[in-house]
Design a protein around this ligand. Structure first.
Ligand code: 5AD
Ligand code: SF4
Length: 351
């Protein structure tokens, strides 16, 4: 059967019904540029979101516990060669206290995020994970980069539930250019291991990377579908002054929203955050994302002095911290009739 469609509304209708979209059709949706059709795309994604994951917005509290990184990604302010970055590491007790604060504030999940920092060995991470599990009822999401299979297995055995590892771009040449010493193939291998270990797995990419095409973005959607991601984070590329990509153009907020909507249509019941990067690029879009497929909000619980040093891209350290951000969002969601999610809010519903 060939999947073709003449009018965007026909295509959207089929996408909303859960029809399998071809690469060309995904590209067509990503390329919509008249306001009316774009609005229809957002509304379709919003209806699929409501039908497949409901009205609740789930909160994930993030702790950025170390900004050391042994990698040298050309887009990222935490890259090894950025000598201007002031580095920090939190100790285990500090992480545990923050996890408790996250539970107290009503979040069901803690996200432990860092650069790739082997100072946190397998054993140390396992101790942190099992202590959080002993002290709280939180689901634990790790976001600490590429590790050997045995590390992933040990973290899972210690109690980790989910793992975020963005694939960054599905274009293997672009990946190799932007992440020196790394390959997309290895990244995908890690994602397959995480699936095998029964984590809920998060993927995602940046939009607007220098040299990235709309076709590359369609391939991102296909890769996300192929690997069966449970969570998908999409944000704009934002150039950082202390990286080789300084002076490049930032990604386009509209394209981020279209990606998010298309990914909701294709993946149906996944968890999709409105990302911090989208909010930094354009505050309105961070809210719009919740009307275009998003169902997750990730407040930052990293204390101010560390948060301002966790500068992956400029402006990241200035985002409102947990309490203020949660209050803002409570107001916004309340007005939209969207309740705060209760419990861990995983893709696999717990009995
Ligand atoms: N702009 C936007 N997002 C970035 N990331 C890294 N550098 C940038 C940047 N300059 C994203 C990557 C990474 C995540 C932690 O932050 O997708 O996986
Ligand atoms: Fe390190 Fe992640 Fe930044 Fe790459 S994107 S330099 S792995 S923190």
């Amino acid at each position: 059967m060939t999947c073709t469609s003449s009018a965007p509304d026909d295509l959207l209708f089929r996408a909303e019904q859960g029809g399998c979209l071809s690469r060309e059709e995904i590209l067509e949706l990503l390329s919509l540029n008249d306001a009316e059709h774009v609005e229809h795309l957002y509304r379709s994604a919003d209806r699929v979101r409501a039908a497949c994951v409901g009205e609740e917005v789930f909160l994930r509290g993030i702790i950025e516990f170390s900004n050391h990184c042994m990698n040298n990604c050309r887009y990222c302010g935490l890259r090894r060669d950025n000598r201007q970055a002031v580095r920090y590491r939190m100790d285990d007790d500090e992480i545990l206290d923050l996890a408790e604060a996250i539970e107290d504030r009503g979040c069901g999940t803690v996200v432990l995020q860092s650069g790739e920092d082997l100072h946190y060995t397998r054993e140390r991470m396992c101790a942190i994970i099992s202590n959080i599990k002993a002290r709280t009822g939180l689901a634990i999401t790790l976001s600490i980069g590429q590790r050997p299979f045995d590390d992933y297995r040990a973290f899972r055995d210690a109690g980790a539930d989910r793992y975020l590892l963005r694939h960054e771009t599905a274009n293997p040449e672009l990946f190799a250019e932007l992440c020196p010493g790394r390959s997309l193939e290895d990244r995908i291998q890690c994602l397959r291991w995480l699936k095998e270990l029964d984590y809920e797995v998060g993927m995602g990419c940046m939009v607007g990377l220098p040299g990235q095409t709309a076709e590359d973005l369609a391939d991102d959607v296909l890769l996300i579908r192929e690997l069966g991601a449970d969570m998908i984070g999409i944000g704009p590329f934002i150039p950082h002054e202390e990286t080789p990509l300084k002076g490049s153009k930032a990604g386009d907020a509209g394209m981020v929203l279209r990606m998010l909507a298309v990914i909701r249509l294709v993946t149906r019941d996944t968890n999709i955050p409105s990302t911090t990067a989208l909010g930094v690029l354009d505050g309105d879009s961070r809210m719009k994302a919740f009307k275009a497929g998003a169902n997750v909000f990730m407040p930052v619980f990293t204390p101010q002095d560390c948060a301002k040093r966790y500068e992956i891209y400029p402006g990241k350290g200035d985002v409102k911290k947990a309490d203020g951000a949660i209050n803002d969002f409570r107001e916004f969601f309340g007005a939209m009739g969207r309740p705060m999610g209760k419990g861990p809010g995983g893709r696999r519903k717990r009995p």
